[in-house]
Design a protein around this ligand. Structure first.
Ligand code: AP5
Ligand code: MG
Length: 189
């Protein structure tokens, strides 16, 4: 069993590459963004709170997100996981390490999709064009993207050093084509 994290800024291709790994290699994708959007769509009070945070480009509380992740891990034993969009800060990374240690699981690899931040606007605009109007994400517009990039720089970027120290970090050039990137990832796992 192989467990991976896909790390990188908004629009770098975490979701795209996760879906390829699910299809080709039988991984289970755990996307905190998708789990949170499901709660938002449930129209509950907590969903309304989460929606406000996401529309502001901020991080949802560690408590909520970590609880979701622990539930996903425990309800899918014997799966190879891809974490897409988690962890997003050092606290979340430490909680994941703790959970993996307790459950005798191993984090094998952290793949950083390295892209120039100035292309992300084009990527997000492309995603908006490719979605029909009901599918467009509430946080997919250029103003919120800039906020999400700032949150990424401040909170998530330090994880590179965290995983470099654990000797788990591999950088993949995220500026190449989707197919080329997936070929490179396939060689790593
Ligand atoms: P989340 O849903 O995780 O969004 P994100 O990290 O901002 O990333 P995106 O989903 O926008 O981009 P992606 O990297 O998946 O790119 P994609 O493959 O779609 O999080 C949303 C929000 O939820 C956060 O802002 C936060 O509020 C909250 N949240 C989530 N996780 C949290 C956590 N752990 N803690 C707290 N809060 C959390 O690609 C984008 C586009 O580019 C697509 O059109 C695609 O076709 C295209 N594309 C992809 N790769 C390439 C390529 N190589 N070349 C050309 N085009 C490409
Ligand atoms: Mg995504």
């Amino acid at each position: 069993m192989t467990n991976l994290i896909l790390l990188g800024p908004p629009g770098c291709g975490k979701g795209t590459q996760s879906k390829i790994l699910v299809e080709k290699k039988n991984f289970l994708q755990i996307s905190t963004g998708e789990l949170l959007r499901n709660v938002v769509n449930s129209d509950s009070d907590i969903g309304k709170e989460i929606s406000k945070i996401m529309k502001n480009g901020d991080l949802v509380s560690d408590e909520i997100v970590v609880t979701m992740i622990l539930k996903e891990i425990s309800t899918h034993p014997a799966c190879s996981f891809i974490f897409d969009g988690f962890p997003r800060n050092i606290i979340q990374a430490e909680k994941l390490d703790e959970a993996f240690n307790q459950q005798k699981l191993k984090l094998d690899l952290v793949i950083f999709l390295d892209v120039e931040l100035n292309i992300l606007k084009n990527r997000i605009e492309k995603r908006i064009r490719e979605s029909n109007s009901e599918q467009v994400r509430e946080d997919d517009n250029v103003d919120i993207l800039l906020k999400r990039i700032n949150t990424y720089k401040e909170m998530t970027f330090p994880l590179l050093e965290y995983y470099r120290k654990q000797e788990k970090l591999v950088c993949v050039n995220g500026m190449e084509t989707i197919d080329k990137i997936s070929e490179k990832i396939a060689l790593l796992i």
